[in-house]
Design a protein around this ligand. Sequence first.
Ligand code: MG
Length: 173
Amino acid sequence: MFKRFIPFAHSQSIYEIEPEFYKRNNVKVLFMDLDNTLDSYKARVPQERTLELVKRIKEAGINPVIISNNKAKRVSGYANLLGVEFLSSAHKPFSRRIKKEIARRGLTNEDVMLVGDQMMTDVLAAHGAKIKVVLTEKVVKEDQWTTHINRIFDRPIRKYHRKRNNLVDWRNK
Ligand SMILES: [Mg+2]
């Protein structure tokens, strides 16, 4: 049941994933969700740890790209300060814009991975685009109001899959 919500791997946070994990999975471009994956939706300026994370990913030869459902106004400022490319209004859980982004970059599904904190948007969109996805926990408590409804569905499904050991730690992938 709920098979389409099973991620490729799980991590407590994007900050604990070693770039080596992406390398051994042949990731060339890493799609990163922004709100509650990298930072609070309220954060306008990236913290030191986010700058450090992006630096380490780039040093591993991987191109990090923010893929967010939030508006260009919110995403562009943060992404520019972080020095990464971005796609705003990504319309997750729909995968059309992600597929287009992969094609536009001349990549295949195998070259890309998505990291995000939500089953209802990130995991579904990744499966729709046939790319691997790492599900994380929320990086801060507070969510934007638009996310509250998703969480109502996310919580029990997450619990269901955790119980059945379907949330495999990234270290084992
Ligand atoms: Mg998010």
